[in-house]
Unconditional design. Structure first.
Length: 240
């Protein structure tokens, strides 16, 4: 028997994550996807459809994608880059429930530098030694081999810089995946500003490691995500 309530909760979570990225201005054009593992169908995941602006995605628009990259539920178009990337990620990282990727302004700008983000602020420490770089840009992601390379670049971390492309984050919950994307985007903005003004000082290695470990608790990510969602999306909805 299908646990429809848990499946509905996952679908609603994906829509909320998509909506928050939209309200923050992190979605751009028709690219970008947020996915979360289905609690019923083994190896399947829910993802937003191709071509629909993040502001307008609803629960009914989501697609359920199976292990072979086929659409099991939903009627929208599947972005051809989704399964070679998100599908491979879900299959390779069962410890992570959700993934987020958009062509956000500071993410794609920083990605052109081919560098890791530095621990120059307390918040950036949550990414320290937890993100990698996929250095080979080959155009649109349409081959599973590229997805496997992105996974290799991520290692056992939770984020990757796709060179000349943008950021991708993963989380044990949708909240963690989206919150890490927000942290990463803001860290890139902060570092670009700091380097434009001078030479930012790095937090020492041991301190950065300890700070990152303290900040990387799932309950902290979920709480900060929920706070941001409520103050951004629910406030704006009430104002309208």
């Amino acid at each position: 028997m299908i646990d429809q309530s848990s499946r509905d909760a996952v679908r609603q979570s994906v829509v909320e994550g998509v909506r928050l990225l939209a309200e923050l201005g992190y979605s751009e054009g028709i690219a970008g996807h947020v996915s979360m593992r289905d609690p019923v169908e083994s190896g399947a995941y829910w993802v937003n459809p191709f071509g629909l602006d993040f502001h307008h995605v609803t629960v009914d628009d989501l697609l359920l994608v199976g292990t072979q990259g086929t659409v099991l539920a939903g009627e929208g178009e599947l972005n051809p880059s989704v399964d070679p990337l998100h599908g491979e990620l879900h299959r390779a990282r069962p410890d992570l429930a959700a993934f987020a990727h958009t062509h956000s302004m500071y993410g794609k700008t920083w990605s052109s530098l081919g560098r890791l983000l530095d621990p120059i602020t307390q918040d950036a420490c949550v990414l320290y030694q937890r993100h990698g770089i996929h250095k080979q840009f080959s155009g649109l992601v349409n081959a599973r081999q590229e997805g496997k390379e992105v996974i290799e670049a991520m290692g056992d971390g939770t984020a990757v810089i796709m060179q000349n492309h943008g950021f991708l984050t993963g989380g044990r919950s949708i909240g963690e995946a989206i919150w890490l994307f927000v942290v990463m985007e803001r860290a890139a903005q902060s570092q670009l500003m700091a380097e434009a003004a001078g030479s930012p000082l790095l937090i020492p290695h041991e301190t950065a490691v300890q700070t990152g470990q303290a900040l990387a608790k799932l309950k902290f990510a979920d709480q900060q995500y929920r706070n941001l969602y409520e103050t951004t999306c629910l406030r704006d909805r009430a104002a309208r």
